[in-house]
Design a protein around this ligand. Sequence first.
Ligand SMILES: [Zn+2]
Ligand SMILES: [Zn+2]
Length: 451
Amino acid sequence: MNRGLKQLLPTSRRLLNSRSNAIVSCAVRSARVSRFEQQRLFTQSVIRPISFKGIFGGKPANEEKKLILEQDNLFHVLSKSPLPEMRDRAAIINKYGVCPVCDTHHTEQEHKKKPVYDCPDCGYPTHCNEEHYHQGKEAHKETCAILREINEDDHDLRSGRPMREFEFPTAQGFDEAVNMANWDVLFYTRSFPSMDSDRSMRHVSKLLTYPLTIASVLHQASPYKYGEQVTAEGMRSIAALRTILYPHNQVTNDASSQIRTDTINVYLVGARAEATLPSHIWLQLAYLFPATPFHVHFIGPDALAPNQEPHTKSVNERLSFTYDNAMYHDYHEKIAKFDPFTDLFFMFSPGIGHEGARNSWKPSIEKALETKCPIFITGYDEADMKNDIEAVEQDYQGEFDWVMKPSVNEFRSLKRDVNMLDLRQSIFANYGIWAIRGKRYDVTHDPESNE
Ligand SMILES: [Zn+2]
Ligand SMILES: [Zn+2]
């Protein structure tokens, strides 16, 4: 199942050549890049990568991959790396980054010099010159350790070694007990082969965070419990979905393999990179619920490459995908009916609270709230979650109930993504999770009747 793993982050060459680069360069060139704008760029270019394509694209099967780097040779100064993508990354940082010592001591842009001095310990271009490197060395210590790990991880990912950790288990038996407390026990109880190092877990969790975050809220062995993270209203929503996912009453031992429940629809609103994950990554969601077919809807302007038409495809009888680049509120009108027993929403790091995005999210969130189906939302750190939550509390006051209180996501990416515009910032994709649902009014209650 190793499909020629080439690159994990759509950084380097893609960022240099693609539309992301256009975004980065035009905004960064203008001297007045606001803090918000930087954050947006960071989000778009790094945290919410447009695409994971290229990870599994690889070369044709007949072209044998050569081992480029041995396991004891994974650390390289980026600008001198044997891998062109890593040298490109250094070039991007040289061009768009900032020296943290200059940044701390000056407010005017013209005094903030570019990082062109390579730190010998992490291999990243961190400071403008050797003097500032020594001056900022103590403050750089923590970042340095993080960058060193990313350096070795990314060289490992492109080293040409067989990536056995990406050989995933297939369908799960009806009686197989899965523990979903966290990545460790999931990998163990689902018998993932070769998940024997922290590095392997970082590589794999970066991709599996999307399907497994969804699975973790639906699964009966969910790490999120009623009365802790899940509210009473939330438990009603989740219990409704579980009546479909776990049709215990109909199951008899012999017929169990024949059971097919209703299809669960997962609407991924504002889908980006998750829409480019290969189907075998998404199959891990379906495998955890042996009785239930899943239909994943990737909706939003970045859900498709610009030259692609909206379409639906079936991976097998258990999993199908719809890709549509419409705004969610337009797509919503195409769906005949929403049902809280079979439908749920997920928004991965939507940035609802970001100044520039807040208003454009409104029609879509209003439509999603109308359905009364649960809406799960992730954020890449505490501040990102807080920002989105504040916006939701202000803009939809009285229109929603809490389903799940903001919590650390057990199935977050374990691999850090670093902001190439400012190496001091790094995040974990899907770090936290929370959920809401459109408020249900008691339909039997008629205020008119009291008068
Ligand atoms: Zn400097
Ligand atoms: Zn360093």
